[in-house]
Design a protein around this ligand. Structure first.
Ligand code: NAD
Ligand code: ZN
Length: 360
């Protein structure tokens, strides 16, 4: 009976509340090793020149590096950042702090791992390939939905795959949940990233891997998503609830898995660079066969917020392109097994996936 149940890590420390970002200096102080070991802040460049940057608790030779979230994080980008940090400082950093959306949070996780583990980050894409503990790392989300603040993966685009560094060392050592940091998120982006959370819930709750642990988090997250996207909450309440929905959605997939939308969305992202949130929405709208209630709710939410999804994304693709997307999607076996069951190969064929991609 050994190892029947997975023993996975959780974020050991979390602070929640408007203005909690102001406590960051105090939180970092005991983690500072000494004068020469800086804290490196990776910050979404949308904040460059904004007041938030003035509130970052810099000491000694700490450094801010601004990161563009225009593209999803890449293995070479992680490797280049690690090389630069090693070159610029005599000592390994005391900590890495990621401030931004899923893109910057995943980058911060990956950089903290690669500072202590040799070689290129592509070596660690997969499950439990990391050998040594990462540098102390802190996640501070500024947009809610991905659950990256709580998950044990850092999703990277590599030369031949889009796959996470899934390990016990990936999870943040500290998370700061300050809903006020999400003020200023563009409405469409708020919808796309929030729907990532909604889709995590639907995929987890209807999956074959579901257990009471996942279900309890998934149901709570789903309830919060419905409040945020279907009721008329105050802006503050809506930000607070979506932040907690993201957290619970992430916890829900820890013990289960995502499903059909994520598998297909990874294909779109790999071939065309379509970003995760919008990619999930583009796919999910055509998944009535798999998630009838979820798709009906999704349409209601989309309508309430007047969101129009782009179309014709796949209209000029070659047969080869479709094959690439299909093979990326089919390679994500745990997702299909969760969604359909162990016999998934009897139900899911390349032709079936092609039909869905052709609609997008
Ligand atoms: P993102 O980080 O790419 O950010 C989306 C946009 O919002 C960017 O333009 C960014 O600059 C902007 N933004 C962020 N905060 C803002 C703010 N407060 N005000 C104004 N603009 C702001 O988006 P995302 O949807 O959070 O993350 C997507 C990434 O997350 C993908 O790379 C995906 O692979 C990853 N992901 C990871 C996990 C995980 O468990 N690790 C889960 C799901 C998705
Ligand atoms: Zn997702």
């Amino acid at each position: 009976l050994m190892n029947t149940y997975r023993n996975f890590p959780m974020v050991p420390r979390v602070v929640f509340g408007n203005g909690s970002f102001n406590q960051l200096g105090e939180i970092l102080l005991p983690k500072r090793k000494h004068f020469d070991a800086p804290v490196i802040f990776l910050i979404d460049d949308v904040f460059e020149g904004k007041e938030l940057v003035g509130r970052v608790p810099l000491l000694f030779n700490d450094k801010i590096i601004f990161i563009s979230a225009d593209e999803e994080p890449k293995t070479q980008q992680v490797d280049a950042l690690v090389e630069k940090i090693k070159f610029d400082f005599r000592e390994l950093p005391s900590g890495i702090v990621g401030i931004g959306g899923g893109t910057v949070l995943d980058l911060a996780k990956a950089v903290s791992i690669l500072l202590t583990n040799e070689g290129s980050s592509e070596k660690y894409q997969g499950w439990d390939l990391v050998n040594k503990p990462a540098i102390y790392h802190v996640g501070i989300p500024t947009i809610s939905g991905t659950g990256a603040e709580v998950s044990r993966t850092a999703v990277l685009l590599g030369p031949d795959k889009k796959l996470g560094i899934n390990s016990d060392y990936t999870t943040f050592d500290q998370v700061v949940l300050d809903p006020e940091l999400c003020i200023g998120v563009d409405k469409k982006q708020w919808f796309y990233t929030g729907m990532d959370c909604f889709i995590h819930c639907v995929e987890s709750l209807s999956g074959t891997y579901l257990n009471a642990f996942s279900q309890s988090y998934g149901e709570k997250a789903l309830e919060l998503c419905k409040e945020v996207y279907l009721e008329d909450l105050s802006d503050n309440e809506s930000r607070e609830k979506l932040m907690m929905a993201s957290w619970h959605g992430g916890m829900s997939i820890a013990y289960s898995q995502v499903g059909v939308a994520h598998a297909l969305s990874y294909g779109l992202s790999y071939l065309l660079g379509v970003k995760h949130g919008i990619g999930n929405c583009l796919v999910f709208q055509y998944l009535k066969e798999f998630y009838p209630e979820g798709v009906a709710l999704f349409n209601k939410m989309k309508e309430k917020h007047n969101i129009e999804l782009p179309s014709g994304i796949c209209s000029n693709l070659s047969d080869n392109d479709f094959d690439t997307m299909i093979s990326v999607a089919l390679s994500l076996e745990p997702l299909w097994e969760n969604a359909i069951g162990i016999d998934w190969k009897c139900v899911i064929t390349p032709e079936k996936l092609r039909v869905i991609y052709q609609k997008i």
